[in-house]
Write a protein that binds this ligand. Structure first.
Ligand code: ATP
Length: 351
């Protein structure tokens, strides 16, 4: 087990003559044996980050350390890294057993330990012994992904890189493997980076989560930290569902005020323009609410109901127990103490 550090990594691709800045000065530390999720929208640089760690891409600047060791000069096959992709790239002409044995063989494990490693990894990933002699094409998508994970685990990697390994699977299987991944990680103890574009997957799997945008790390923290103390508007809106509603207004005399009667007292915060963010749980439908609006849509998710309320203030999503219908006029009360305040450039005011 080693800790993994990336320091000031930049990676630029070329598209025609135009540069594409895939990673911009990325610095990230993952503790020994930690499972960190990396989340961000499509194209923000998540895969490139993993490829740099694996040695499949060389950055222009910065360095990667496994423990104290600089690894940029170490070729991919000697880095001791396990890599699992979104679409499991199993060798079609090899059996499941041979696929899983491929890593230990190519890393010249002694013959006796290859078999033990294959069977242990298959057991860990709950790949049935009966499947081992079969060809990958005879397996379901979920089974193939289990084999791909077993193949990565069979080499007992110090570092495990998982690039959207669940996103090609159906919802039920995804939830099942989500839970299993945490168990497998605990058993393998490999320092693990798990990439996904799905914030709920990132929050559920990562002990800590790195949020990326446009080649940069925006914030690293636990699910609770990202949810309660987002560093900026991007993280505030990316983490949590439904997304946080934002209102542009002004702070003066200890109050935030925006269009449509949206106003609340502040404990702190200097005067000037600002943005205030409310999550659905920070607002409720109440007869004495200060905001009047019309319900534009209702999402009933069983456990929770969300009403989208529009008015002169904009639109806010409200979690509610009340039965409301689209078109209905309602009053909304905001919990000003729970508002998240941001500068006009999007940075958290009290961060
Ligand atoms: P996704 O979630 O869609 O897989 P991502 O966050 O993993 O996206 P990357 O695949 O790392 O993002 O890509 C980051 C940026 O670099 C994107 O703009 C992408 O188009 C670009 N890029 C990636 N690989 C190359 C390449 N080989 N040549 C040119 N541009 C590339």
């Amino acid at each position: 087990m080693v800790d993994l550090r990336l320091s000031n990594i930049s990676k630029t691709y070329r598209r025609g003559t135009a540069p594409v800045f895939a990673l911009r000065d990325v610095t990230l530390e993952i503790a020994r044996g930690e499972l960190m999720a990396v989340v961000g929208p499509s194209g923000c640089g998540k895969t490139t980050l993993l490829r740099v760690v694996a040695g499949l891409e060389r950055p222009e600047t910065g360095n990667v350390y496994f423990g104290e060791r600089e690894v940029l000069a170490v070729p991919a096959e000697r880095r001791g890294v396990g890599f699992v992709f979104q679409h499991p790239a199993l060798y079609p002409h090899l059996s499941v057993y041979e696929n899983v044995a491929f890593g230990p063989h190519s890393q010249r494990f002694p013959a006796a330990s290859v078999d033990a490693s294959v069977r242990e990894a298959a057991r860990q990933m709950r790949v049935d012994e009966d499947l081992l002699p079969h060809a990958p094409r005879e397996l379901s998508g979920g089974q193939r992904q289990r084999v791909a994970l077993a193949r990565a685990l069979a080499t007992k990697p110090q570092i495990l890189l998982l690039d959207e390994p669940l996103s090609a699977l159906d919802a039920q299987l995804r939830l099942e493997l989500r839970v299993e991944l945490a168990r497998i990680h605990d058993a393998s103890a490999a320092t693990t980076l798990f990439v996904t574009h799905d914030q709920s997957e990132a929050l559920s799997i990562g002990r800590r989560i790195a949020v990326m945008r446009d080649g940069r790390i925006e914030q690293v923290g636990t699910a609770r930290e990202l949810y309660d103390r987002p560093a900026n508007v991007f993280v505030a809106q990316f983490i949590g569902a439904p997304p946080m509603a934002l209102f542009s207004g002004t702070i003066s005399d200890g109050r935030f005020s925006a269009a449509g009667g949206l106003t609340f007292a502040l404990a702190a915060g200097g005067p000037g323009p600002a943005l205030a963010g409310f999550r659905a749980s920070d607002a409720r439908i109440a007869d004495d609410g200060e905001l009047r609006g019309t319900v534009s849509a209702v999402e009933d998710l069983g456990a929770d109901t969300y009403a989208y309320v529009g008015g002169a203030f904009g639109t806010i999503v409200v979690r509610t127990q009340a039965t409301v219908r689209p078109g209905e006029s309602v009053a909304v009360r905001l919990d000003g103490a729970r508002a998240k305040l941001f500068d006009v450039d999007g940075k958290r005011k009290d961060a």
